[in-house]
Design a protein around this ligand. Structure first.
Ligand SMILES: [Zn+2]
Length: 251
């Protein structure tokens, strides 16, 4: 039975992922998320129903607009597939529970800000604010232990990032700082710190990778949002296990 639900959550994730692409690409440009309908950004050709099927349309169209043959960004199907997989995984881990609602919203936020950060290097305030309100409501009904860890987590996440931004002088965007407040509210203190640690680690590996490939350019900003998102998901499911394991090494 659980397999059927996982498949359903996967399909829902694909559809929502497609919607999150739209939100992530339109909200920073202050465009409506409902009007106009999806169209090719190059030739404005309105997409027919069979061009709107998550992942499959991209494969079927071989990554090109049907009308003008401009390449479609692989970011669309990738984010759809990731959302589908994460929705299925989170149901598999949590089953039907209030925490499932928290995790689905959390994944939604992270997918949206990943899209907008990759596309524009922006994490929109509007998106952060809406999700912050949702998370406060969820953590009221499904509190962390102790309940005030949401408040402490938010403040610590925000403060540590703020200090890093001051020291690095612009190495960290304002959106990243506010995002860590929101992550702290949903995850609590230890996991939010783990998120920062792991995101920095992934960012460093990416930087080294670029250097080895000779693609590193000094002064070119790298969007930190995708690394934060990957780390936040890992942290959501595994931070406590990883932290306990690490601390046990010293006992
Ligand atoms: Zn086109």
């Amino acid at each position: 039975m659980i397999e059927i639900y996982c498949v359903l959550f996967f399909i829902c994730g694909l559809i929502f992922g497609s919607f999150f692409n739209v939100v992530g690409l339109r909200v920073p440009k202050k465009q409506s998320i409902s009007y106009p309908g999806s169209h090719c950004p190059n030739c404005q050709h309105d997409l027919a129903w069979f061009e709107l099927i998550p992942v499959f349309s991209y494969l079927f169209l071989r990554g090109k607009c049907r009308s003008c043959h401009t390449k479609i960004s692989p970011l669309y199907p990738i984010m759809e597939a990731i959302t589908g997989l994460l929705f299925a995984f989170t149901f598999y881990k949590l089953g039907f529970s209030i925490e499932l609602i928290a995790s689905l919203f959390f994944i939604s936020l992270l997918v949206i800000i990943t899209v907008s950060d990759i596309a524009y290097m922006i994490i929109p305030d509007k998106v952060l604010l809406i999700f912050l309100i949702i998370f406060i409501i969820i953590r009221y009904f499904q509190p962390l232990y102790p309940w005030w860890d949401s408040i402490v987590g938010g403040i610590i996440g925000f403060s540590v990032l703020y200090i890093i931004a001051l020291i690095s002088r612009g190495g960290m965007g304002g959106g990243d700082i506010k995002l860590f407040f929101v992550i702290g509210v949903i995850l609590g203190t230890k996991p939010v710190l783990f998120t920062l640690f792991f995101a920095s680690f992934l960012g460093a590996i990416y930087g080294i990778g670029l250097k080895l490939l000779g693609k590193f350019r000094k002064g070119t900003p790298i969007p930190f949002g995708p690394f934060i998102s990957i780390s936040a998901v890992v942290s959501y499911f595994y931070a406590h296990i990883i932290i306990d394991w690490y601390l046990n090494l010293f006992i």
